[in-house]
Design a protein around this ligand. Structure first.
Ligand code: KG4
Ligand code: ZN
Length: 363
């Protein structure tokens, strides 16, 4: 069964054709990163206009690369939320138009569901087994840090989430503080390569007794350490004298006070703190809820330290989609579409975008 997936929730215009929820025939992503980089983040109005320009060529390319005609498709799956309203609307209306014109069923997908189902795609070869339930999924993206327990297809139980900044949001904000540009996650990962992860003692918010996360204190501690505000001395305790290798940009270049900041050390210490909390809280939730496996999802799951540590520290099979299936794409939407269509999910022509859509707890 071939499903066309469409994804336009943020700044990637994406379309893909996937067979039986697992085999990718095509996966086309038109990224707007270069356009938004100039502004240091996604500008919603610009994103929406870019989606309008790209959506038809991207869908056409996904179909031609997959070598399928409209008659070969069984359904159209599309992200209906959460995301930017103006961006979501472009993909949703394109999907409705195609489904109506071709007489195909329409399936609305939660973007987070999409990220989860990236773990079903056969990225590692045909023999890769299906993920096993109960599956504990850590979804870490630009807008979410959720711990979700899947007890079956489409059956989710939200165990915990960030009470302030999402993990990707923290990576992006800290990259901005350090003058590393946008998007922040890959930039921090790169900068951290030359830094010492224990150079700064940054705070970890454990929120004991809950599976929730909090990253705003960590972000603020990096800001204080970088600008020399109160609190930075505490953060620097135990830090060896900065050497030339550790010295980085002058913060004046990033629009802040003129002071040399050891960017590599701060990036490495921040990444270490983030990864430690994400891994330990995932491990604890998996143990407490008797998960059979752990799966990573969302853009931050592309982080190599997070992937490596999760595999080292969690005593269960840990699934990580390849980095390009962790960040936004439409193959994951088509995969979710297949399993949820088979489970009976259908949407009508009155389906609308839901910018603040949440994963409903059905498990
Ligand atoms: O899932 P995604 O592509 O879009 C959303 O649904 O938000 O996630 C984007 C987020 C951004 O915050 C980006 O900085 C982060 O994922 N990200 C990373 C890495 N690659 C992307 N964070 C840490 N390390 C990475 N290698
Ligand atoms: Zn996403």
């Amino acid at each position: 069964m071939k499903i066309l997936g469409i994804e336009t929730s943020c700044d990637e215009t994406a379309a893909a054709v996937v067979v039986d929820g697992r085999t990718i025939l095509s996966n086309v992503v038109a990224s707007q990163i270069d356009i938004h980089r100039e502004y240091g983040g996604v500008v919603p109005e610009v994103a929406s206009r870019q989606h309008m320009l790209a959506i038809i060529p991207v869908v056409d390319r996904a179909r031609s690369e997959a070598q399928v005609g409209w008659q070969d498709l069984a359904a159209v799956a599309v992200t209906k939320g959460p995301g930017l309203a103006g961006s979501l609307l472009v993909g949703l209306n394109a999907a409705k138009g195609i489904a109506f014109a071709q007489g195909l069923p329409l399936v609305g997908i939660n973007h987070l569901e999409g990220h989860i189902y990236a773990n079903w795609l056969l990225a590692l070869g045909p023999g890769q087994p299906e993920p096993a339930f109960p599956l504990l999924c850590l979804i870490v993206s630009g807008g979410h840090s959720d711990l979700v327990l899947l007890t079956g297809h489409g059956r989710y139980r939200l165990l915990g989430r960030s009470i302030d900044d999402a993990a990707g949001e923290a990576f992006d904000k800290v990259a901005r503080i350090l003058g590393l540009g946008y998007p922040g996650g890959p930039a921090i990962q790169q900068a951290a390569r030359g830094g010492r992860p224990n150079a700064y003692h940054l705070p970890r918010a454990w929120l004991r007794g809950s599976h929730d996360f909090s990253f705003s204190g960590l972000k603020t501690a990096v800001l204080h350490a970088a600008t020399g505000d109160r609190g930075s001395e505490r953060a620097r305790e135990g830090r060896p004298a900065p050497d030339e290798r550790a010295r980085g940009v002058k913060l004046s270049e990033a629009g802040r006070v003129a002071r040399e900041v050891p960017v590599a050390d701060l990036a490495a210490s921040f990444q270490e703190a983030m990864v430690e909390v994400l891994v330990e809280k995932t491990r604890a939730a998996a143990e407490q809820h008797g998960a059979a496996q752990v799966a990573l999802a969302g853009g931050v799951a592309a982080n190599s330290l997070l992937r490596q540590r999760m595999k080292e520290r969690v005593p269960l099979p840990v699934l990580c989609p390849p980095p390009d299936l962790c960040t936004d794409n439409a193959a994951m939407v088509a995969a979710a579409g297949y399993y949820l269509y088979r489970a009976g999910r259908r949407d009508g022509w009155d389906m609308d975008v839901i910018p603040s859509l949440r994963l409903s707890s059905t498990a």
